[in-house]
Design a binder for this molecule. Structure first.
Ligand code: GAP
Length: 449
């Protein structure tokens, strides 16, 4: 049996699993909770870290043409005037005259009326104000002086920090277009209607890359990055039938073309990542506003030019949630429901469960030794000696652990352990000397067959 079919109950199942097993918690829960804000628990932080590692590996470490950056969250306020965020980064907002709730005017068919949660404000015929532009940037104040000169913003995207450092990176890395600068970090948006768990929150992490290309090569690179990013999600296990590409008809002020990678969530198709052809808009705008030339000098033609930019921009929290939803499965095994997260082993929070069959006869001690050896190989392990072995397997299935190693009486006699694979539940005997190589080989060889 696949995941539960009702969309609302499926989301509730995932939210509950996340809390119960320590993936994601409501933030500030002991004070009654901070709306639409979440904390990542021990397993969630591992999942998210692995998603970021996989992204960084694909976008930076395995490529000779992309380098990394970690820019500040609070940049010079002029950054956001120049980028267009002060003027354009707005959503249309309406207020309900009766209950004072605020809604995004363009999402009235997707939200609940607080007075009648079974209905949308449209269905409830709420009396709404005219739409007005609401800027999504969080304003803050830098330093002790409370005058307007000290106003700054929490970045609403990581991209601008990359543009501001274009010249620094170009000069220090001696790269030439086509090349990219990648960054992962927190962004902040005062969303009017956050929701759907960590799909849309006010504080979130982005993984963005700005790829600088000679003008004229931009359309080719745009296609390349759309395909590359689509491939990445499939390679990490998302079901292809749940993914699609959607071309934007209405474009942002900086974009010549944008295509979203969408996933079919329980609440409908939604954007997972966007790939935009940002043209030379940002570099030209920052160049004009700062007086610093942000361009590339081509020694062969002895010409200066402003590169075009292709931007794959994804949200890490949205990625983590998507991998969780996609991996969730319920199936009937021996008259019981087995919940299993079929996560790709590269992003599973625990790679190997280490389980002594019983809590005696030297098995726990040998299991601890084996666990230490596996940790030395860089594998994330989890030791568990509580409850019957079947129950322990189920607990590890539920958090997506691809392999369990069981230490039994034979381990002490002939040095073999049982390796159980999560998806097939098949068990094989492996000698402890070959265990590390066996697991690393299986990890590298995933998906099987
Ligand atoms: N620099 C381009 C940019 O920021 P975006 O489409 O606004 O583009 C990129 O954001 C990605 O960031 C989205 O595809 C989504 O995955 C993620 N994202 C955006 N707003 C978010 C929010 N409020 N909560 C969680 N993730 C968000």
């Amino acid at each position: 049996m696949p995941a539960p079919s009702s969309p609302a109950s499926f989301m509730a199942t995932i939210v509950s699993l996340c809390k119960r097993r320590g993936f994601i918690f409501q933030a500030s829960e002991i004070y009654g909770g901070m709306g639409n804000t979440y904390d990542y628990g021990p397993l969630g932080v591992e999942l998210k870290r692995r998603v970021k590692d996989a992204w960084w590996r694909a976008m930076v470490t395995t490529r000779a043409d992309v380098v990394g950056l970690d820019s500040a969250i609070i940049q010079h306020p002029k950054t956001w005037e120049t980028s267009g965020h002060v003027l354009n980064f707005t959503d249309p907002l309406v207020d309900c005259k009766t209950c004072k709730a605020r809604f995004r005017a363009d999402k009235l068919d997707e939200v609940q009326c607080p007075q009648k949660p079974s209905r949308t404000p449209l269905e409830n015929k709420c009396e709404l104000t005219e739409p007005r532009a609401f800027n999504l940037m969080f304003k803050t104040q830098v330093g002790a002086a409370e005058d307007s000169a000290a106003i700054a913003y929490l970045r609403p995207e990581t991209a601008q920090g990359i543009f501001l450092n274009f010249k620094n990176v170009l000069e220090s890395s001696r790269l030439k277009p086509p090349f990219g600068i990648a960054q992962i970090g927190k962004s902040f948006r005062n969303e009017i209607t956050p929701g759907n768990f960590v799909f849309r929150t006010r504080e979130f992490e982005q993984a963005e890359m700005e790829f600088f290309v000679p003008p004229g090569d931009d359309e080719r690179w745009f296609e390349y990055w759309v395909n590359e990013r689509f491939r990445w999600y499939k390679e990490l296990g998302l079901r292809p039938e749940k993914l699609r590409l959607l071309k934007h008809e209405k474009l942002a002020h900086y974009s010549k073309a944008t295509t979203d990678i969408e996933y079919e969530y329980p609440f409908g198709w939604g954007e997972l990542e966007g790939i935009a052809n940002r043209t030379d808009f940002d570099l030209k705008a920052h160049s004009a506003a700062s007086g610093v030339r942000l361009e590339f000098f081509e020694p062969e033609t002895k010409e200066h030019y402003v590169p075009y930019v292709i931007e794959p921009a994804g949200g890490v929290d949205r990625m983590a949630m998507t991998f969780l939803l996609d991996a969730y499965n319920e199936e009937q095994v021996e008259g019981e429901t087995r919940v299993v997260l079929r996560l790709h082993p590269r992003i599973a929070p625990i790679t190997v469960g280490v389980l002594p069959l019983v809590k005696k006869d030297g098995m726990p001690e040998r299991a601890h030794e084996i666990e230490a050896e596996l940790r030395d190989l860089g594998l994330t392990t989890f030791y568990d000696e509580k409850a019957a072995i079947g129950r322990r397997y189920r607990r590890l299935d539920e958090v997506g652990t691809p392999w369990c190693v069981t230490i039994d009486g034979e381990t002490l006699k002939d040095g073999t352990v049982t390796v159980r694979e999560r998806d097939t539940m098949r068990q094989v005997k492996v000698s402890t000397q070959e265990l590390g190589a066996h697991l690393l080989g299986a990890l590298r060889g995933w998906p099987k067959g």
